[in-house]
Design a protein. Structure first.
Length: 207
């Protein structure tokens, strides 16, 4: 690698995947290929909505570019487009659960495709772990260190401390412990939807 780089730096092509925190800037670069610019807030929202697959992000950018007449895509444009497509994403559901919004969480859960239950379960386990870390740091007065501790960008955890304060530490730990039985149900039960729904309701229920 070093020998080739000495000859010509262009001969070395970085094939590593784009890190999540790099994606909003990548989206801004990709937007120019569709004749548009996109604000940072709009790019962050699109990443949150569409995930880390750059091909999917590019497809969504192409659709947005056709929809928006202005030279720049703004946050409001992305939000309107999300509503227009009426496609529920796991991230919307995760945020509703994190906010401890029972009504919204159940509404979104009912709109999730059955094939996404395992993926949704995995994401929710990860979110609960993040909230446990947020809760612990907040208790020590170190909430500002959350993004660095989780190795995420600040915009990705901007609501985590607020959400974590809506739960006790005991509730968050109990929610994670309850995930074990749900995993078994998802792998071998025909009634996996009920098991997942009962767990979610348990998480959202206030003591």
């Amino acid at each position: 690698y070093k020998a080739i780089a000495k000859i010509d730096k262009k001969a070395v092509i970085d094939c590593s995947g784009t890190k999540r925190w790099e994606l909003p800037r990548r989206v801004q670069q990709m937007a120019t290929q569709h004749g548009k610019s996109i604000s940072t807030a709009a790019a962050e929202e699109l990443v949150s909505r569409s995930g880390e697959n750059t091909r999917m992000l590019d497809n969504d950018l192409a659709k947005l570019a056709q929809m928006v007449e202005a030279p720049q895509i703004e946050l409001a444009d992305v939000e309107r487009w999300i509503v227009r497509t009426a496609e529920v994403q796991p991230w919307d559901f995760l945020n509703a659960v994190s906010a401890r919004d029972m009504r919204r969480s159940l509404e979104l859960f009912n709109l999730l495709p059955a094939k996404s239950y395992v993926w949704t379960y995995t994401l929710l386990c990860g979110r609960i772990r993040e909230l446990i870390v947020a809760k612990a740091l907040d208790a020590r007065g170190q909430g500002r260190e959350l993004a660095a501790t989780l190795k995420l960008q600040s915009w990705q955890v901007k609501n985590h401390l607020t959400w974590a304060r809506r739960f006790s530490m005991a509730e968050l730990v109990a929610a994670l412990e309850g995930a074990v039985d749900v995993e078994l149900a998802l792998k071998g039960s025909a009634d996996s939807q009920t098991a997942l729904l009962l767990w979610i309701t348990y998480i959202l229920r206030k003591s």
